[in-house]
Design a protein around this ligand. Structure first.
Ligand code: ATP
Ligand code: MG
Length: 248
């Protein structure tokens, strides 16, 4: 059965697109076949992060308008045989409705183990479209109050959509900055405030930014990338300890 996961956040820039790419690569390493769908209509970026920007002739709106077949709107990653991308419509006015997007995902998902959908920030129409076909959700937050409040709003929206599996990813975590800001006494307080069960903590790592912006996803190494291996394992039901104390 295909797992369809939407990656969302209340505030922009928390790291959703980065999580989509790194988690997909982690799932590949564990032998899975993954379709990434960029649902950030008008603001897509996964094609750049995968270094296939120049290859994209057709996007999700072309597929549903009949400008191409569904298969022609799916592109293979250069670095990975089992990673594929469907790009978001380039123009914001071509945003798909939730029901059309659900039909599209239902039609293409069967040959993949995981479909990972990159949502635009917030709880607007783009988010509603991104969430429509998903059976699971990851909410990406940074360990700061505005971001955490956004996470709570997203969780409530997802619950209203009857989403059963909702987990939190705390991204760009830096213990020195976290202590100096002093918004929360510890990570448990962040998790409590977000009202969402944690699935992983990704440290701040400049290497991630560099690799993503160079479009070299698929060749990662380092501690931040290891945290995605652990999230990928937990998604598959493996018992991988969280070790919150070790983060501080
Ligand atoms: N763990 C991390 N360590 C360091 N930098 C990171 C990390 N995760 C993401 N970033 C950087 O943070 C910035 C925002 O990341 P990204 O584009 O993935 O966020 P987003 O939530 O998808 O943004 P948007 O809401 O605009 O779609 C990028 O420059 C990215 O490289
Ligand atoms: Mg993004």
């Amino acid at each position: 059965m295909t797992n369809v996961i939407v990656v969302a956040s209340g505030k922009g820039g928390t790291g959703k697109s980065t999580v989509c790419i790194c988690l997909s690569v982690a799932l590949l390493r564990q032998g899975k076949r993954v379709l990434l769908i960029d649902c950030d209509c008008g603001m897509r970026g996964l094609d750049i992060m995968l270094d296939i920007e120049q290859d994209i002739l057709f996007d999700a709106s072309d597929a549903v308008c009949g400008n191409c077949s569904f298969a022609e709107a799916i592109y293979k990653s250069k670095n990975n045989d089992n990673l594929f991308l469907m790009a978001a419509p380039f123009d914001a006015e071509n945003e798909l409705s939730p029901s059309v997007f659900r039909q599209l995902v239902d039609a293409v998902k069967h040959s993949y183990d995981y479909v990972i959908i990159d949502s635009p920030a917030g709880i607007g129409s783009g988010f509603m479209t991104a969430a429509a076909p998903a059976d699971s959700a990851l909410i990406v937050t940074n360990a700061e109050p505005t971001s955490v409040r956004g996470a709570v709003k997203v969780r409530k929206k997802l619950e209203a959509l009857d989403m059963r599996f909702i987990r939190l990813v705390i991204n760009r975590f830096d213990k020195k900055v976290f202590r100096r800001m002093g918004f929360y006494p510890d990570l448990d307080a962040v998790i409590d405030a977000s009202q969402t069960q944690l699935i992983g903590i990704v440290p701040f790592d400049m290497q991630i930014s560099v690799v993503m912006q160079r479009g070299a996803a698929g060749m990662e190494s380092g501690t931040a990338f290891q945290s995605f291996d652990r999230v990928a394992g937990r998604l598959q039901g493996m018992r991988v300890p969280l070790n919150l104390k070790g983060m501080l």
